[in-house]
Write a protein that binds this ligand. Structure first.
Ligand code: GUN
Length: 296
């Protein structure tokens, strides 16, 4: 039976550490870090993610602002708003919740964020720096996975890590970070995805499997080897009439069966998802320190 990685506990430890650090920095800079979150439209999952980000800010004593716009907002108006926050020294992080409505070009929006305030790590400048191993913002979900490895003494060095999924938010950055010749990384990495004829050919070879494909309960017991470390990044809503909300959240991994074979596994909920928010806070604090220390 696997060790269940407790993302909830680790995320609250990290938030506690950040809270204490903010207290100290408040005296040093006479200022607190600030995050602005921009939400366009009314996607229920996005609303729920954004709420948890705003709540985390208030828990750790960080300034936060939520800008909500309906999906009629034009791209130019959105770009103007971002530009306003690029120049607003109360805010050190700018997060535009994705996905955006179809009439808005996500790349153009991401590129309009000052890379120093890009706490998601999605700006091409930050993505490029990450690929070549320079100091930058790690996207929050990959960063959270690293933090879990560190705190559970799981060392990817020399291990075969199989990443299932190739999104810009998880699959690509996590694979690139794991490739780095750095402490906590230095893995042999395979990236597989939906175009594979049979994904299990790859997943079966994993010492560490990172499932980020967005398909509920897709990874089954017969797709992994004994002793595998499983990181489940999936957050899928499936209908469940027994729940008040009418749905429940499941991961990309068939937790009940795969956990019998794994050595470590993250649950959903209670695993990677909460870490993403904690690492967003960490990135915003990092942005604050970089920006404020350059001013002096
Ligand atoms: N949508 C899903 N995940 C994310 C994320 O990490 N950041 C942003 N901005 N949007 C998302």
């Amino acid at each position: 039976m696997a060790v269940i990685i407790d993302g909830k506990k680790i995320a609250s430890e990290i938030k506690e550490e950040l809270k204490q650090k903010i207290e100290l920095l408040k005296t040093k800079y006479n200022k607190i870090p600030g995050l602005v979150t921009i939400l366009v439209g009314d996607n229920p999952a996005s609303q729920s993610y954004v709420n948890s980000k705003v709540k985390a800010c208030s828990e750790i004593g960080m300034n936060s602002m939520l800008e909500r716009h309906d999906d009629k907002i034009s791209q130019n108006d959105l770009l103007r708003i971002i530009n306003k926050y690029n120049n607003d020294n109360r805010f050190h992080g700018i997060l535009v919740q994705l996905p955006l409505p179809k009439n808005i070009n996500e790349d153009t929006v991401i590129e309009s964020i000052d890379p120093r305030k890009d706490v998601d790590g999605f700006h091409p400048v930050n993505v490029g720096n990450l690929v070549i191993g320079k100091d930058t913002f790690y996207p929050c979900t990959p960063y959270g996975i690293f933090e879990l490895f560190k705190r559970y003494s799981i060392d990817p060095k020399g291990k075969h890590v199989v990443v299932a999924g190739r999104s810009n938010i998880v699959g690509k950055p996590v694979a690139n970070i794991l490739l780095q010749k750095k402490e906590g990384a230095n893995a042999v990495v395979t990236v597989c995805h939906s175009a594979a004829k049979d994904l299990s050919v790859y997943t079966k070879q994993a010492d560490i499997l990172i499932a980020a494909i967005g398909k509920p309960n897709f990874i089954k017991e017969n797709m992994v080897k004994e002793g595998v470390v499983v990181i489940d990044v999936g957050i899928n809503r499936i209908e469940d009439k027994t729940k008040a909300k009418g749905y429940r959240i499941v991961g990309d991994v068939d937790f009940e069966n795969v956990s019998r074979k794994a050595s470590f596994i993250t649950p959903v909920p209670g695993g990677v998802g909460l870490m993403t928010v904690a690492m967003l806070m960490k990135n915003t604090l990092e942005a604050f320190e970089r920006i404020e220390s350059q001013k002096n």
